[in-house]
Design a protein around this ligand. Sequence first.
Ligand code: GLA
Length: 726
Amino acid sequence: MSIKFCEKTKTFFLDGKNISYVFSINNYGFAEHRYFGKTIGHDDLSYTDTVGQQSNMATVPGVDEFSSSYHRYPAEISFFGTGDYREPTVEVINASGDRLTELLYDSYEIIPVKPHKLGNMPSMKGGETLVLHLKDKITGFVCDLHYTVYDDVSVIVKRAVYKNEGNTSMILNRAYSFALSLPETDYEVMTLHGAWARERQVERVPLGHGTVSIDSKRTSSSHTFNPFMAVLTKGATESSGEAYGVSLVYSSSFVLTAEGTSDGQKRITGGINDFDFAWKLDAGEELVTPEAVIAYSCEGIGGMSRAFHDAFRSYLINDRFVNTKRPIVINNWEGTYFDFTTEKLKKIADGVVGTGIDTFVLDDGWFGIRNNDRSGLGDWFVNEEKMPGGLDEIIKHVNGLGMKFGLWFEPEMINEDSDLFRSHPDYAIGVLNRPRSYCRHQYVLDLTRADVRDYIVESVNKILKSHNIEYVKWDCNRNVTESFSFGREPERQAEFAHRYALGLYDICERIVESNPKVFFEGCSGGGGRFDPAMLYYFPQIWTSDDTDADERTKIQYGTSVVYPLSSMSCHVSAVPNHQTGRATTEATRAAIAHLGPTGYELDASAFTDDDRIRVKSEVEAYNAISELILKGDLYRTDSPFDGNFFTETVVSKDKCEAVMITYRCLAGVNNEIKRVKAAGLAPDKRYFVPELGRTLFGSTLMNVGWTPNYPRNDFGCVVYHLREVE
Ligand code: GLA
């Protein structure tokens, strides 16, 4: 990696693994984008300036020269009020009420290793970093653009830090993280939309003239859209074409917009959602925006995904856990829901003895008065009536069986029917004298308040510190409505959604850091807050409340577009499936669940010896590929969004080992022949494929492929485990 500045052409060259990013400071002091893509040499790129006739274009303020216009410059940052009428990156209301800004070059510094956790925001670690100081000379408004590159991953990390170096307060009406200008060509935009139990469905639309925009207004990154957008050259596939992907390290309301103009320029911008946003910057204050991790690949969508996976595993996810063997859990949620006793839980734990399952997770319902979802949230003390002997009774039993114990919390929430609400109704988000909206019968705690955060940290830590708890599932089952914080000044109420994120990061940091031996799994009504900022704290996240194997092929495929398999928690559950009513075979449920840290979520209390033998062999099969799932490279070859099949191959970094899992949704009679092909292998290595009973070259497996013998029934899976032979 390297960041170089050429004085003569005033050009910055940022080189990461297989990528170059180039911009220069033009004659007017504006940071003009030149190039982002495959590695190039350090040439003077000023010859790429657009030429030709242009009219009706506003000049740079104060420069009555026809050729100068902010509209013409591919921007590193754009601001409102000049001749660039595209979506600005930033808009400021100055003391006089004018909304003008002109951010021009002031200075730069290159920092060998990125300063960590600016503004208490989770962010990527390490990496050489350029900080470009841009300034509005009239108001003293400053924007520092941060750019980080790494020598071993193909991403550039960008963020803006806005500062008020003037003497009077100003309001940030919009404060996005980045702008990314792209070469003029035809593109499509790929996003991941969804809903509860149907997360991260892949969608592609053309990028024409105008904007394609996604957002969340939910004070959560949300089920509805993942904070991710890719711009793909038209027709790009999993393995061909160019892909520029943006992933925001952010968990609150966000926006991402791609825009095409009449002259063919293309730009992506986004960050904190500016809808219902206004941030007051008093003199001397600053606002740190979320990081945008931007991946580039000329090997299609698959290459972009692998760039994200490597970047997140190497520089984002807690290195205490990222590469360690994950717990294989038995979770009682779908087994019992709220209807359990300590005796029942003990029987579930007993049921899996000898299978290799190593962690028992007690889900919702163990605290306060909580026999259904109408009460108890906020009261983080054990329900002794339901669990005589407290948590220690079940923990002792589970530990005695040689398993670890894990516990569910929903720290951000409160029920009206709780001791906490009865004593602190103002802790719940809402406006005095107005009814609040319920969602799952609960309200959200006001994490923008320090006293509320202290209550959460103290009550959760009290439980964690006084019991042998080695795993926590951190849930969050609803989004914010009636955004308002008691006690905050009226002019700062529109800071709410971002302040909620800062509050969330504060409690995550304090709870995770004070319990270094506890493994944390994130969750939000399934995968409703599956974002890089949450991954910073929680090395894995419950991918979806939909545990049906068929539905999971789509949910897991979509999730893997951005997130590594190691982050996608996947459980085998009972049939008929509780969400869809569908019955798939146990072999299929296990194979699909093995494409992530695996576990079980069912009532194991009635397990027979045969059940245990079956689960044991499934766990052994998972253990045999768990290193690949944690650290390997993912190649998707059949998309469940395109047809009847789902095929993924995971290859070790040294290309000595791989696993392919292929799934056929519906069986038929006299079917067309389906051929699968491996991907990502070394062409010259020879691999033994026990399931084919053959040793074949990587080149044969990738180019000729083979025809799987799918089980005769619907929803059948076949697994191939390839190992290099001499
Ligand atoms: C959410 C989670 C589930 C379970 C329930 C408990 O829906 O996604 O896995 O923990 O809450 O209420």
